[in-house]
Design a binder for this molecule. Structure first.
Ligand code: PLP
Length: 389
């Protein structure tokens, strides 16, 4: 019999499984669980977007598309970036439509990282970043963002981690898991840092539409001198409640996009045509639905922010995404202990902060992409848990 364990590449073996799943597996076997664990909208995709897909199927759109994606979709993506950020991208050369931001992240790393190249990754961060860098043959260099600075990364945090092998920096704001965003000045400081060290910047802006309290998202590529240095990633999963459709995109310099397209063409060929048709509809007519969902998230954000503080957990006010990252150190528990105990005792599922990197220890991630009723009940349970420790 084949010993498959011996046949698996050590690179793959050494990538740890996501720390998020463990808790979902326990939660899935329990009843009456309120989940603040998942990073996915609780809305279903707006009807007009779904309908465009149904209509597309009826019309017989069932083929491959161009490797780079439907021209209509690439055009809409460019129009969006022109209108919103005054960025000029050419749909023919600057855009690649991918299977979610997940694929875009993977192929961006595989395109730029040679074996041994280092990429700076501020933490806490989305669970895929380090794994993708490793699988691409690069070396992820985690950089702890400071809790005292509400997890906003600064050049001072990054500077000590730069080496002659540092090739790139990966930023993700609004941030998963903290909900932090960076101001224009803070992003400009990161831009100067990138110029100083001649780094490519991968900017994952998947939560860019989800900002609150009058804050407008700043597109990193729109900062002076950043357009040609940045691989800008975005997608439809979060803002348009389209996680299952699997559409994302990368915007960058034509050479980088051509190189990324090479990997995409051999591994993916193209993103699904039906989902691309739906994405066109989302960009043409979906903004009003998206704004409505954002204003609903905002209500929930304020509720959970106040509620967690009333429960005795300190947290900074998140201004983006749909996560809040309370400090649980006052409970004397580690973040894993907190997540495990509250799941077993109170049936509330959330994610320990250390799943997003060591600097997330002492925190837990709560997603507020769930109903007001569920959040209110979860808050009552959290308060009960904390008071009874
Ligand atoms: N980037 C971040 C920061 C995310 O949180 C996620 C999903 O949770 C992704 C990328 C992947 O998104 P997609 O559904 O577009 O692959």
């Amino acid at each position: 019999m084949i010993n498959w364990n011996d046949r698996i590449s050590p690179v793959v073996k050494n990538v740890p499984p996501s720390g998020i799943r463990k808790f979902f597996d326990i939660a899935s076997e329990m009843e009456d669980v309120i989940s603040l664990g998942v990073g996915e909208p609780d809305f279903i995709t707006p009807w007009s977007i779904r309908e465009s897909c149904v209509y597309g199927l009826e019309q017989g759109y069932t083929s491959y598309t161009a490797n780079r994606g439907l021209m209509e979709l690439r055009e809409e993506i460019c129009i969006l970036h022109k209108n919103r950020f005054d960025l000029d991208y050419d749909p023919k050369t600057n855009v690649l439509v991918t299977v979610g931001v997940s694929e875009a992240l993977d192929i961006a790393m595989r395109t730029i990282l040679c074996p041994g190249d280092e990429i700076l990754i501020p933490e806490p961060c989305y669970v895929s970043y380090k794994a993708c860098a490793t699988l691409a043959g690069g070396i992820p260099v985690p950089v702890a963002a400071k809790a005292a600075n509400d997890f906003r990364i600064t050049p001072d945090d990054l500077e000590p981690h730069v080496s002659p092998k540092t090739k790139a920096l990966l930023i993700g704001y609004p941030n998963n898991p903290t909900g932090a965003i960076l101001s224009k000045e803070e992003l400009e400081a990161i831009a100067r840092f990138a110029i100083k060290h001649d780094l490519i910047v991968i900017s994952d802006e998947i939560y860019g539409d989800l900002t609150y309290g009058g804050v407008k998202h700043i597109c990193f590529a729109g900062l002076p001198e950043m357009k040609d240095r940045t691989i800008l990633l975005n997608g439809f999963s979060k803002a348009y409640a389209m996680t299952g459709w699997r559409i994302g995109y990368a915007l960058s310099n034509p050479d980088i996009i051509a190189a990324m397209t090479k990997i995409h063409q051999y591994t993916m060929l193209c993103a699904p045509i039906t989902a691309q048709i739906a994405a066109v509809e989302a960009l043409r007519h979906g903004e009003k639905y998206m704004r409505k969902m954002v204003s609903e998230y905002d209500k929930r954000r304020r509720l959970i922010y106040d509620g967690l503080q009333n429960a005795g957990l300190k947290c900074f006010e998140p201004k983006g995404a749909f996560y809040i990252f309370p400090d649980i150190t006052s409970t004397g528990l580690t973040s894993e202990e907190f997540a495990e105990k509250i799941l077993i005792q109170e049936h509330v599922a959330l994610v320990p902060g250390n799943a997003f990197g060591e600097s997330g220890e002492g925190f837990v991630r709560c997603s507020y992409a769930t109903s007001i009723e569920q959040i209110s009940e979860a808050l009552a349970r959290i308060e009960h848990f904390v008071n009874n420790l």
